[in-house]
Ligand binder design. Structure first.
Ligand code: NAI
Ligand code: MG
Length: 343
């Protein structure tokens, strides 16, 4: 982590596909307004790139991300069927760079779609579980099999990060979410290791929930959650649910963190239904940049400025169509208001 305000900082910027091309340039403008020392390095990845070049994530992009030690990633389109040579660039990038914890806050913002009082952070293990991509078919294609892997090492590092984060930002409770009653060897290990580490943090309340029960409470009473710690797949699903309480996917930021790497990435995908229309909400991408400033570069004032500019813009009633359709503003109108609020 860097704590000097004047050190040059490098950022590898991957727009990806779809609305990645619309929201990421806005987030970069905002970042450069508050932190002009950042050097931007644009690099390609995604489905469009795959169709032209035969790989969704060129080696040069991985190399640049490594050198920069910080990435801003828009979104990519991934088909829901197997395509020879294709893999999800973001899943691969998180694993290759060992950005092992994905922080996904859902915090109430001044929009009509958000739920009052919601204030939680999902900490999702980012490198293993069912997302290792070890899938195959048996029985002449009549049986599909996916391997789920949970390790002590990966569970240890993500748990330590969750509890250290909780301490640093003054959170009171960590809820460990798993399905150890059914998956006793994999989720059972996650649970045991997480509880062992939790014992070293007596200042923070630890509780646990099965993932189905967690989903129930997420809908019924989201305000009972503070920090949620969970394996990869459950974290993916629960954080999208949490995003609904935060006001919607267009507002939901995230940061994937490793020991010497960070990937700022909005929770949403490439949104092909609205891509190219100039109506995407850039807030998720902008708030992801704020998370990078706050939790990785340790530039608290800059992060606060970005957060406040977004809050002010929303409080003034400037909404893109995902929030409120009547009198909706375009991506560029919204962005101009954010820039004006940054001063
Ligand atoms: P999605 O997040 O792209 O879209 C879901 C819905 O939310 C759509 O109606 C979309 O218009 C809306 N939405 C999302 N972000 C928005 C924004 N910033 N402003 C306004 N509206 C927004 O999820 P979907 O449709 O399931 O997936 C589309 C593609 O994105 C798929 O190919 C999927 O694989 C990919 N994807 C990629 C991710 C990544 O690269 N990190 C994450 C999730 C999905
Ligand atoms: Mg997701």
């Amino acid at each position: 982590m860097s704590d000097s305000h004047s050190t040059p900082l490098d950022l590898c910027v991957i727009e990806g596909d779809g609305i990645g091309h619309e929201v990421i340039p806005v987030a970069v403008d905002v970042l450069l307004r508050v932190a002009p020392q950042v050097q931007i390095h644009p690099m390609p990845a995604g489905w469009d790139y795959f169709q032209q070049h035969g790989t969704p994530l060129p080696e040069a992009t991985i190399q640049k991300a490594r050198e920069c030690k910080a990435v801003l990633f828009g979104a990519v389109s991934s088909p829901a069927y197997p395509v020879e040579g294709y893999f999800s660039p973001i899943v691969r990038l998180r694993r290759t760079l060992q950005a092992y914890a994905n922080l996904r806050p859902a915090i109430h913002l001044p929009v009509p779609t958000a739920r009052e009082g919601v204030d939680m952070i999902v900490v999702r293990e980012n490198t293993e579980d069912l997302y290792i991509g070890k899938e195959y078919t048996e029985d002449d294609g009549k049986t599909g099999v996916a391997k789920k892997v949970i390790t002590r090492d990966a569970t240890t590092r993500v748990t330590l990060l969750a509890y250290e984060l909780a301490r640093r930002v003054g959170r009171k409770k960590v809820t460990i979410v798993h399905k150890a009653n059914v998956l006793s060897q994999s989720d059972g290990l996650f649970r045991r290791v997480a509880l062992e580490i939790a014992a070293g943090y007596p200042d923070i309340i630890t509780d646990e929930l099965y993932v189905d029960t967690a989903a129930y409470w997420m809908v019924k009473d989201p305000n009972r959650f503070d920090v949620i710690l969970t394996p990869n797949l459950y974290g993916d699903i629960l954080s999208d649910m949490a995003a609904a309480w935060g006001g919607g996917l267009g507002l939901a930021p995230s940061l994937s963190l490793g020991d010497d790497i960070a990937i700022a990435e909005p929770v949403h995908g490439s949104a092909p239904d609205i891509a190219g229309k100039g109506i995407a909400n850039p807030t998720a991408a902008i708030l992801s940049v704020a998370m990078l400033l706050r939790h990785y570069w340790n530039l608290q004032d800059e992060a606060n400025r970005v957060d406040q500019a977004i809050r002010n813009t929303l409080a003034e009633g400037d909404f893109t169509a995902d929030i409120y359709r009547e009198d909706a503003v375009s991506t560029s109108q919204f962005s101009q208001h954010v820039m004006a609020n940054l001063g």
